[in-house]
Design a protein around this ligand. Structure first.
Ligand SMILES: NC(=O)C1=CN([C@@H]2O[C@H](COP(=O)(O)OP(=O)(O)OC[C@H]3O[C@@H](n4cnc5c(N)ncnc54)[C@H](OP(=O)(O)O)[C@@H]3O)[C@@H](O)[C@H]2O)C=CC1
Ligand SMILES: O=C(CO)COP(=O)(O)O
Length: 329
């Protein structure tokens, strides 16, 4: 039986565990919150996220010590927002990861370093890049909880590695397909969160569906320009791992990033929007990383620039979106 450690106790970790539990696996789940661990052991659901998801005590064991969760695991899934992933893993060394495959379920970048999570894991824990995957595709945890038909893309530089893990992430309501484009998929997943923020901001300002459709079309071109600059290769950006993920985050009621942006458009400060939301909007951190990274690449990125100026330079949302309006086609 495949043993899988899941690191993180939020909505996506909970949804991933629900999917994995449909297969013949044993899950070793680390959460930082001791009270949540006690609650799950006693009541078999996560009290803080997706409370309707029942967790099989036979398949899912919870841990408060991260090394215990990793013990004997074949896979380690990282499912904590990128901004916070370094702290819980700080005590781990390359030895803890020896012989394990690492899967990033994170759609964000390491903020202080402006690097992808897989690059950080390779650098920090010496996990070979071909032993890593990312979980991508248009898929909200809330819909997984409701068993609504969903699709995931498992990307890796090594197709067989992606294919193995895709099998574990497939079940009656989830189809997971492998794809050999780790970097393209990972960057696109980071960038779609920035676009969702921009869509939310415009919506909060009163812009309508016509404007948003143009924003999303322009965003796809912006993502293509950036991804082609950082990792040039043949790829079909209309595939669901790229375009599908952008669409779901830009339009869905469940999108954390769009919700956060919407509050900013309605006049909330960054701090008050963060306090209002229990969940994390990765795009807030990602926009800083992509903006900083792009100083090196010089790609034309009007949507990223406008979002950065609103969130980090405290420019007025209305005037930044008005300027952006003139750059969209
Ligand atoms: N939700 C979704 O539908 C999807 C999410 N993702 C990605 O999954 C990743 C996780 O997001 P998601 O589960 O939605 O996030 P949530 O906001 O639902 O949960 C955040 C998790 O991170 C933990 N956390 C917050 N701050 C810290 C910290 N300082 N140190 C350690 N842990 C911390 C929280 O712990 P605590 O509960 O104790 O506060 C919680 O377990 C993100 O990269 C997101 O982009 C990808 C696809 C879909
Ligand atoms: O990546 C996600 C869905 O694919 C989740 O991010 P949002 O909640 O911002 O849409």
């Amino acid at each position: 039986m495949t043993s899988i450690a899941v690191i993180g106790g939020g909505s996506w970790a909970t949804a991933i565990i629900k999917i994995l539990s449909e297969n013949n696996v044993s899950i070793r789940w680390w959460l930082r919150d001791r009270a949540a661990v006690e609650h799950i052991r006693k009541h078999h659901y996560n009290p803080d996220y997706l409370r309707d998801v029942r967790l099989s005590p036979r398949k899912v064991k919870t841990f408060t010590k991260i090394t215990d969760a990793l013990n004997g695991a074949d896979y380690v899934i990282l499912a904590i927002p990128a901004a916070f992933v370094q702290e819980p893993l700080a005590a781990l060394t390359p030895k803890h990861f020896e012989g394990k495959r690492v899967v990033s379920a994170i759609k964000g970048m390491i903020p202080q370093r402006h690097i992808l999570v897989t690059d950080w894991v390779e650098e920090h824990f010496h996990v070979p890049i071909d032993q890593m995957c990312v979980i991508a595709g248009p898929c909200h945890a809330e819909e997984v909880a409701l068993e609504k038909q969903s699709y995931l893309t498992i990307a890796s530089t090594h197709e067989a590695c992606a294919a193995d893990f895709a099998q574990l992430m497939s079940c009656s309501f989830v189809t997971a397909n492998p794809l050999a484009d780790l970097y393209g998929v990972e960057y696109a997943a980071v960038m779609k969160n920035i676009v969702a923020l921009a869509c939310g901001i415009s919506h909060g300002l009163g812009y309508g569906d016509n404007f948003q459709a143009v924003m999303v079309s322009n965003a796809m071109q912006e993502i293509k320009r950036f991804v082609d600059a950082v990792d040039p290769r043949e790829r079909d950006l209309s595939a669901s791992a790229y375009l599908g993920d952008l669409l779901v985050t830009a339009y869905s009621q469940f999108s954390r990033n769009r919700t956060f942006g919407n509050m900013i458009g309605r006049g909330y400060s960054v701090q008050s929007a963060q306090m209002e939301m229990k969940m994390i909007a990765e795009g807030y951190y990602a926009v800083n990383s992509i903006y900083e990274m792009n100083k090196q690449y010089g790609v034309e990125m009007p949507i990223t620039e406008a979002t950065y100026k609103i969130l980090y330079e405290r420019e007025a949302p209305a005037s930044e979106i008005a300027k952006l309006k003139l750059r969209l086609r």
